[in-house]
Design a protein around this ligand. Structure first.
Ligand code: NDP
Length: 244
């Protein structure tokens, strides 16, 4: 029997891109997926598509910058299915710009969604997982968690932070709770659409020519989940073959 079947997998930022592809793949493999994001209509459409293929899915509107909403989201999953096996902290934004453009609101938005959003997921899920005696956090970082590039200082800082938080969590919880960091390279999604700065937008256009499918990241996430309980895949980097 697949190690995915029957698992309750909660996904933030599932209305497009990597989150959406992962929800589809895991549901196709028998998981109960619980999907959240701000765009409720997109979630409803995705849920209908998953159900039409016989998959199990529930959805709830979610803004990960709001701790209460994240707690309600995790509680919603737990109430319906009686357990939570995996929390995939995937929601993220990437409005790139050079620091000198002083897009302070965008810096704060990245910090709020990319860092605080992940912390909110941990805060909402950790007590439950400790009580259950099992669980897995999968946090989505980026290749930007390892190197910094122009226009991406703040974005990379948030992803360095996600990597640090994930490693710290792994060291602290150990035992029955698994902790995984998945770091994608450039992947087809709507992520670059939030770039308001012209320079950041131009740089990204060139960079995104070699994008890989979000399914490639979904498969890496599934790999980390389907390992036996005693196997903790701590870190995976998936990038286009063509990257430098
Ligand atoms: P998308 O823009 O397609 O997806 C981002 C998702 O995050 C959307 O579902 C969006 O939904 C959600 N989101 C944004 N803000 C919030 C919020 N405040 N609360 C809840 N959900 C939110 O991009 P990707 O699929 O590429 O991004 C997924 C993750 O992968 C991100 O963490 C990103 O940083 C990371 N990543 C992506 C790479 C790439 O090249 N695509 C490379 C490296 C990492 P909604 O707007 O409906 O809320």
């Amino acid at each position: 029997m697949s190690n995915i079947k029957g698992k309750v997998i909660v996904i933030t930022g599932a209305s497009s891109g990597i989150g959406e592809a992962t929800a589809r793949l895991l549901a196709q493999n028998g998981a109960n997926v619980v999907i959240g994001a701000r765009r409720t209509e997109r979630l409803a459409t995705l849920a209908a598509a998953i159900r039409s293929e016989g998959g199990s899915v529930e959805y709830q509107t979610l803004d990960v910058t709001n701790q209460k909403q994240v707690q309600t989201f995790i509680d919603f999953a737990h109430k319906i299915f009686g357990r939570v096996d995996v929390i995939l902290n995937n929601a993220g934004v990437m409005p790139l710009s050079p620091l000198e453009a002083l897009k302070i609101d965008e810096w704060n938005r990245m910090i709020d969604v990319n860092i605080r959003g992940v912390l909110h997921g941990i805060a909402a899920g950790l007590p439950l997982m400790k009580k259950q005696g099992f669980g897995q956090f999968i946090n989505i970082a980026s290749i930007g968690a390892y190197t910094v590039s122009p226009t991406a200082a703040v974005y990379c800082a948030t992803k360095f932070a996600v990597r640090a938080i994930t490693e710290g969590l792994r060291q602290e919880v150990g035992g029955d709770i698994r902790v995984t960091l998945v770091s994608p390279g450039v992947t087809e999604s709507e992520l670059a659409e939030s770039i308001s700065d012209e320079k950041g937008r131009e740089e990204m256009k060139e960079f995104r020519r070699i994008s890989i499918s979000p399914n490639a990241i979904a498969r890496a996430i599934m790999y980390a989940i389907e390992q036996p309980a005693e196997v903790d895949v701590s870190e995976i980097i998936v990038r286009p073959t063509a990257s430098l």
